[in-house]
Structure formats: structure tokens, C-alpha cells
Design a protein around this ligand. Structure first.
Ligand code: CA
Length: 243
């Protein structure tokens, strides 16, 4: 399937460095966002290892890796981060989210760990496809909290699963959403979604033909909302001209 893409990562307005990582491999239809955290200096190391190991493993897996191979690649990234953290005490405790999209001949595959997100914009309506692996999302799913309470909760950023965190079972969410020409997929770190409601993200994307401009506009909107965290976005639109 033909697609267009764009991606950007930005430090935001508050953090002293960018611990997010963005992977763009259009020649293989692979894009990913990772949001690193923890350790004295390890967040950016963890997110970089995650996208690099994913990239290398899927390159080795051939032109059309199946879902099992994508999960294996993410588990390999998890192990690589654990090894790196064991080897250097400054990196102990580092971890990262990872949300990836693999464009296939007949649609796409999305793999996800943590609280970065994948969305699909179709006919102007934005749908969150991934489930946040967070404590507040668990509360919402159990009927103990409303989504608006979760959003503003002091523990909103507490994630329950991440690559590199040794004491959690890595729970890789796999999705194969139906894709139609015109569908726009957005991967993002929580620096975008912490500042902007879904409706605001949809408004920023509405009617934009130019994906580079759309990525820039998302970053600008998140920074306009205070930019409290690193912001990373990857956009993939089906049915556009091939690049
Ligand atoms: Ca973040």
C-alpha cells in the first residue's frame, strides 16, 4: 500500500534533554516512537537501544516480518536494555516505552508497550488504538476512575509495563487494524497527549495535506500547551503518493 510519512521529535519547553527516540525506515515501512525514562542518565540510552534493536531485528527478519517476529524483536530490545543497565551502574533502572507501526502490503501492524500511543484519524475522527499500560488506565478499565480523572491524576504517568524494567512481564500489545486509503496513523510519546486532548489533536490534523507541516503543527501545539515533556510524533498516511 502506498503511504506518505513524516516525523519529528522535540525536547519540549521544560526538560533539559530529549529522552525520546524516533525511528523512520520508510524503505521498509517501519516507524517507531520510544519514550525513555529512569536511571541517572539512561532514558535516552534505553529509547535509542529500543528502536535500534527493533530496526536490526526486523531487517534480519526479511521483507515482511510476521507478528511473532515483531514481538521477538521487542523482547530482544528489552533484553538488550537490561544487559546495558547491568553493565553500567549509571544506567540502572532505565526503561522505555515502544510503539511501532509496520506497513504491510495489505494494511499495517502496530506493536506497543507502555504509554506512548497509536491513533488513527479517519474521516476527521481520531481513535486511540493502543491501550495505555498505566496504573490509571487499569483504574478506568476496572470502573474505578473516569477517563477525565485519570488524565489529571497525580499518578497519570505511572506506567505498568516498559522495556528494560526487570520485574514486570513484558506485555506486547499487537494490533492489525483495517486500513483504508486516506487513513492517517499517528504514533506519539506522552509529551503530545499530556498537553493536548484528543479533540485538540484532531483539530490540529484536520484538513492538512502536508504531513511535515502536520508534524510541526503537533509539536508547536504541545509546546504551546506548556511543553512539559519531550514530544515525538510519527505520521503515516495511506493512499498518498509513494515516497
Ligand atoms: Ca514522556
Amino acid at each position: 500500500m502506498n503511504f506518505e510519512f513524516a516525523g519529528l521529535t522535540d525536547q519540549g519547553r521544560v526538560r533539559s534533554r530529549n529522552e525520546d527516540a524516533l525511528l523512520q525506515r520508510p524503505e521498509r515501512g517501519l516507524f517507531a516512537v520510544a519514550d525513555g525514562m529512569g536511571g541517572h542518565a539512561g532514558g535516552d540510552v534505553a529509547s535509542r537501544i529500543a528502536v535500534d534493536v527493533l530496526d536490526e531485528h526486523l531487517l534480519a527478519a526479511g521483507p515482511d516480518p510476521d507478528p511473532d517476529e515483531v514481538v521477538a524483536a521487542i523482547r530482544a530490545a528489552h533484553q538488550a536494555i537490561l544487559r546495558a543497565a547491568r553493565a553500567e551502574s549509571d544506567l540502572e533502572g532505565m526503561g522505555t516505552t515502544l510503539t511501532a507501526i509496520r506497513v504491510r502490503a495489505d494494511g499495517c501492524l502496530i506493536a506497543h508497550v507502555g504509554d506512548s500511543r497509536a491513533y488513527r484519524l479517519r474521516n476527521g475522527s481520531l481513535e486511540q488504538l493502543t491501550r495505555d499500560q498505566t496504573w490509571v488506565q487499569d483504574q478506568v478499565d476496572a470502573g474505578l476512575m473516569r477517563p477525565d480523572q485519570a488524565r489529571h491524576h497525580p499518578f497519570a504517568a505511572m506506567i505498568t509495563c516498559a522495556l528494560g524494567i526487570a520485574d514486570v512481564e513484558l506485555d506486547v500489545q499487537l494490533l492489525q487494524p483495517p486500513c483504508e486509503p486516506g487513513d492517517l496513523f499517528l504514533l506519539c510519546s506522552d509529551g503530545l497527549t499530556a498537553g493536548l486532548e484528543d479533540a485538540e489533536i484532531a483539530d490540529v490534523l484536520a484538513g492538512r495535506e502536508d504531513l511535515d507541516g502536520a508534524a510541526r503543527a503537533l509539536i508547536d501545539a504541545a509546546n504551546g500547551a506548556g511543553g512539559p515533556d519531550n514530544i515525538t510524533v510519527a505520521l503515516v498516511r495511506f493512499g498518498g503518493s509513494a515516497e
